[in-house]
Design a protein around this ligand. Structure first.
Ligand code: HEC
Ligand code: HEC
Length: 212
């Protein structure tokens, strides 16, 4: 397998190799550095509403991680990195969430994470469905209780039932990217499976939101 030629993209001149051989070897899945508490560890909370809220608070460690928040910003501009700085180059997603026609997300974000050889950026994150979350699903600037209420609101969650939210958290590929974010990026806590189990248990216990 040979490396595909490097490409310079736009004025920003990001140079990266799109070789599958490279990206395949990047992330060795091991035990998570920052584990999530198990669903079972919440059984001691007798009051079901309190247990439900506590499960959501634990899941919030993922929801409020930079890996999710960077794509669920309060404006039409994605953010980058663990410090959630403004995306460089400045990108403004259009209504379709894919950015302007001349420079869509896919011009730089491929179907997989890709190693770069540019100084300071170890990889360009990628996924076949890379796009910005629509504005009604903005999470940045919200408290966890506010995010919780929004997640349950069909007018702001893509008309999803709670069961569909569970499925989305458990199986969606953009969600899953947060645990395989490419070289140079911190993974979301736990695993997608652990996270999905917390969300599922949260729904089963009545989907109560934390108060703080
Ligand atoms: C690359 C950008 C991107 C990343 C990263 C991302 N999302 Fe999203 N998210 C989207 C888009 C786009 C939608 C809207 C798609 C749809 O409604 O089908 C969305 C919708 C959602 C929804 C359903 C609507 C809602 O807000 O209730 C949930 C839940 C969600 N994302 C959770 C997450 C979680 C949890 C993470 C991190 C583990 C995450 N997302 C990371 C782009 C992203
Ligand atoms: C000109 C190239 C380019 C375009 C176009 C582009 N991006 Fe990016 N994006 C990058 C690069 C390079 C990075 C990695 C930066 C880093 O890690 O420091 C990045 C990182 C990101 C991240 C941060 C991931 C994380 O958690 O750190 C998000 C979110 C993102 N882009 C969303 C988008 C969206 C949504 C679009 C389209 C509306 C888009 N980008 C268009 C080059 C681009």
């Amino acid at each position: 397998m040979s490396m595909s030629p490097s490409m310079a993209l736009g004025a920003a001149a990001f140079v990266f190799a799109a070789s599958a051989a490279w990206s395949a070897g990047i992330s060795a899945p091991g035990a998570p550095e920052r584990p999530l508490r198990s669903v079972a560890s919440f059984e001691g909370i007798r009051n079901q509403a309190e247990r439900s809220a506590a499960l959501f608070t634990e899941a919030g460690k993922v929801i409020q991680s930079p890996r999710c928040l960077n794509c669920h910003p309060a404006t039409r501009t994605p953010t980058q990195g663990d410090d959630m700085r403004q995306h460089v180059p400045l990108m403004v997603a259009n209504d379709g969430n894919h950015g302007p026609k001349g420079l869509p997300c896919a011009a730089c974000h491929g179907s997989d994470n890709a190693r770069t050889f540019a100084a300071g950026i170890a990889s360009v994150p990628g996924n076949a469905h890379w796009q910005l979350a629509p504005i009604e699903m903005a999470w940045q600037g919200l408290t966890l209780p506010q995010i919780c209420a929004q997640l349950k609101d069909p007018r702001r969650n893509g008309s999803r039932s709670l069961d569909q939210i569970v499925t989305h958290m458990n199986t969606d590929h953009l969600v899953g990217w947060a645990w395989d974010p490419g070289e140079g990026r911190t993974k979301a806590p736990g695993t997608q499976k652990d996270f999905g189990a917390l969300i599922e248990a949260w729904v089963k216990t009545g989907a109560h939101c934390p108060t703080a």
